[in-house]
Design a binder for this molecule. Structure first.
Ligand code: SAM
Length: 273
């Protein structure tokens, strides 16, 4: 099933060129933008950069930290962390097209020396034991059935005592998810765990759970503001819609209903290896 996931996220290919072309068509030069201005496009999760900054603030990062971002997508999470903490972030993602575009965006933004992106599978990480001082994963596990393998791998590559921030979409008590969703056009590549299952999975992988937060209500408010256009105007006029075209509208409508009915939840966990 992992073969279907890169297809779902590749957005028709050639992403970096298309992003650059779309920006220039609007009079914007990619290398003149800041990491924060890329948020609508490259922070592909509820509450965007604000959520990444909240998680990063808890991860005890220093400029010397060697950080892993599991399921790094277009690299927004990795760049926000590298830029604000001054540390090095390695992103790994199953979708080669996203890794290539993430590396190119880092070059545009002057963060190529602080971020790197490589294609790989979260359930079989190509890194040695104890290789990282901290790790983060944002909106990724909903595509991964073998979550026990994903979290055991995260534990293996973290040095003892390192922090692991997990922010994901979970199965709620309000019923089944409605498709298409941004992470899955249809149910076969969607694998949502409940909050209770997540706690068990993380503990069984060898993590100590330090904190867990249900942010579903904030996520709903954020999406309502974005769709109503009542929030602040986006700094860059292209969004993750680029990956999904016109089908994105229906995905967003389904998410709004699923959040209101608590069919899907957003939840974060802070864990210690
Ligand atoms: C919704 S995007 C989130 C990207 C990024 N974390 C962010 O918040 O902007 C989900 C990402 O998970 C990646 N992914 C899905 N399954 C994966 C796996 N088994 N290993 C690594 N990455 C995976 C996808 O390719 C996609 O880039």
């Amino acid at each position: 099933m992992t073969g279907d996931i890169p297809e779902h996220y590749s957005g028709g290919g050639n992403l970096a060129d298309r992003i650059a072309r779309d920006l220039r068509a609007r009079g914007l030069e990619p290398s003149d933008l800041t990491p924060a201005e890329f948020e609508p496009l490259d922070e592909f999760h509820f509450r965007g950069r604000a959520a990444t900054l909240e998680l990063a603030a808890q991860m005890r990062l220093t400029p010397q930290s060697n950080v892993l971002d599991i399921g790094s997508g277009l690299g927004g999470v990795a760049r926000t962390i590298a830029d604000t903490a001054g540390c090095h972030v390695t992103g790994i993602d199953l979708t080669a097209e996203l890794c290539a575009a993430a590396a190119e965006i880092s070059r545009w933004l002057g963060l190529a020396d602080k971020t790197e992106f490589q294609q790989g599978d979260a359930t079989s990480l190509p890194f040695s034991d104890d290789a990282f001082d901290a790790a983060i994963t944002v909106h990724v596990a909903m595509n991964i059935p073998a979550k026990h393998r994903m979290y055991s791998e995260a534990r293996r590559v973290l040095r003892p005592g390192a922090l692991f921030a997990v922010y994901d979409i979970l199965q709620g008590e309000g019923g089944e998810m409605i498709f298409p969703a941004p992470w899955a056009a249809e149910p076969s590549i969607s694998h949502l765990a409940t909050p209770q299952e997540m706690e068990t999975l993380l503990r069984e992988a060898g993590f100590k759970l330090l904190d867990s937060i249900d942010s579903t209500a904030e996520s709903l408010r954020w999406l309502e503001e974005r769709t109503a256009g009542t929030g602040p105007p986006p700094p860059v006029p292209i969004t993750t819609r680029l990956l999904f075209g016109e089908g994105y509208k229906q995905m967003v409508q389904n998410q709004l209903r699923a959040l209101r009915e608590r069919r899907m939840l957003t939840w974060s966990f802070l864990c210690e290896a």
